[in-house]
Ligand binder design. Sequence first.
Ligand SMILES: Nc1nc2c(ncn2[C@@H]2O[C@H](COP(=O)(O)OP(=O)(O)OP(=O)(O)O)[C@@H](O)[C@H]2O)c(=O)[nH]1
Length: 313
Amino acid sequence: MDTEPLVLIADRGLNNQALLADLLVSDAQATSIIHDTQLNFWLQEEVEILPSLLILDFNFFQQQTRVFCQRWLAHPLMRQVPILIMSNDDDEIELLALTCGAVDFLAQPFKPLLTLARIKLHLAQVKEHRRLSSLSMTDALTRIANRRYFDEFYRAEWRRACREQGSLGLIMIDIDHFKAFNDHYGHLQGDECLTAVAQQLKAAVQRPRDFVARFGGEEFIVLLPSIQAEGVRVVAERLQEALANLMITHGYSSASQYVSVSMGLAWCEPDNDFRPDQLIAAADEALYSAKENGRNGFSEVVIVENKPVFQAS
Ligand SMILES: Nc1nc2c(ncn2[C@@H]2O[C@H](COP(=O)(O)OP(=O)(O)OP(=O)(O)O)[C@@H](O)[C@H]2O)c(=O)[nH]1
């Protein structure tokens, strides 16, 4: 179901707010902003809702409008929220608006039908842009995040962990004897199995920033930001139990009568001397060791002073 788009209207006066809210009543939910603090709220790190548009009155910041637009467009989330600047019909202000990052200019006094048509056009563009962007980040078969989205998210979380002296856990997951599953039950059933595993993994992680992606073929990856090393093991056990509950028969696996997975767990406190791909390599190595140890289980590695240390599992 489509959710109603959210339009932020920043204007220190209430007249235009009311006018625009009335105009938009059937197309969007309007939120009124009259103080800087209300606008700054959207520029924090942890905003969970993504508005569709910001309509900003030029008088809100006057000559500081350019600086504000730069801040808005530098924010990792808000940069996806186009700015429309409104003001009295003045060529100089219109030019400033269009050269400081706003996508359009709404001249006052408003011509209601034209103003609404313009805003609706921008709302439609934002919606289409987000639809395409979500498609480009989703794995078509399993409907979870794809590798590309993972890479982007992982880099951002790595940077955050470096900044905040946080920690990151990774779990690399590979279905056991999946070639034999495909060979005996057919590719279509193989596809269904991959989708069921992906959806079950996604449902089993709990925190908002936990991230599950298809890493490739029959491999999945789980990123667990701000977690202790022992926590990674707890999540791995939960994932393993969730997958066991699927009880997908696999009559051609030496590891179990049901579809099972092997996991490589890695954990570190990122710093600038250690690279994101090194943690992935460590998880991959742990996965290899889990396969060597008979599959349907996991191996763990933690990074201490930039050196991998394997743990007994
Ligand atoms: N049905 C289906 N199969 C896929 C897909 N992507 C990869 N595979 C199959 O996954 C299998 C992976 O096989 P291998 O890498 O040999 O590993 P395995 O048989 O799982 O063996 P172990 O990992 O050692 O337990 C191959 O047969 C691939 O064709 C997909 O999108 N759909």
